[in-house]
Design a protein around this ligand. Sequence first.
Ligand code: PLP
Length: 401
Amino acid sequence: MRSTQVCDPVDTIAMASSMPRMSDSRNWFESLPESRRRCLPNCTHDGIYLHVDGRRLVNFASNDYLGLSTHSDICRAAAESIERSGFGSGASRLISGDCPELHELEKELAGWKEYEAALVVGSGMLANLGLLDALADRHTHLFCDRLNHASLVDGARLCRGHVHRFPHLDSASLEKLLGHLEAAQKIIVSDGVFSMDGDTADVFALLKLAETYDALMVIDDAHGTGVIGPQGRGLMAEIGACGHPRVIEVGTFGKALGGYGAFILGTKEMIEGLRQRLRTMIYSTALPPSMPAAALAALRLVQEGELLARLQDNLSNFFHLAEQVDIELLESRTPIQPMLIGDDAAALRASQDLREAGFFVPAIRPPTVPEGTARLRITISAAHNEEQITSLVEALSKVKP
Ligand SMILES: Cc1ncc(COP(=O)(O)O)c(C=O)c1O
């Protein structure tokens, strides 16, 4: 017979009073110091401007590197899709949330990026969590750059594999780690363009190591897609290694492509394997059809090349002006241009001073970046004009350390 244990409320109260008090939902989390608190700025977008706290600021804080998020072709494509198919997808792709736009987009992406196949998923976070979970089991060893994006860090942490972290961009240390381990399955995992530093992985060296040590390579080129390499096809295209059978590439639509969602590229066997196993796609509602419809329009615009040329002009102008007034930036050839401040409170002050001057540039602080490396993360877009860049540099010269 099944016995049901019933707590005597009097005993429970007596027991609780002799134990340290447990937190309830009001004091579960430790409070954070003011300089570490994150706040949601509740801003309204107006092209390259942001309205925050009643002020109109030039936005130098967006990953919309080509200005596509407000492009009329993309907005029209999304609106027409909503007219045709409504808004929500209603279910996971495997049930009834799939749509022709997702398939067309996968075909277009694979063709543009020169991989055999592509799989579109809900977001970059979901792509990386699901991908590492699907690839790794307890026999797998993952070799991860120490500054990888949180989605790769968490993906590695949550999958069943063994995680080894190598110092940022240090291929020699990575080689030592790979050489010391006899593992059945090895995967090198790295950002392409690093989101907080703007520097780039040496994908050529990583791929050589993958070949030498019989490993797979997962490269998340979320910030390289649309802005680096021939036609903006990213870092792997720059070294002519797209479609390599050891490479799985991740990218997102939320950055230079101006929308929302993500994709995984690889061999047709790998993508079919992921279609069967990617829990973050199988058990998550599909993107609304308007998202792939907008992404298709974005891909067409990127391939015209005009926006990328404008971005490159803006970056050259920014470098030139910053050099003239001795602004020291971290080494980066990408639209992510960080100015190191160091101290958290000083970074917040600098960001506030820039706001007063009419610019939105966030202070990025630990734990997003390592201790003592708080910074202003400036992002340049094709949508900025010359005057906005000139005035930003003037304002930066007044807040530089
Ligand atoms: C390198 C990298 N990967 C993945 C992501 C996550 O992408 P998403 O915003 O689509 O979840 C980000 C985004 O912020 C990123 O910087």
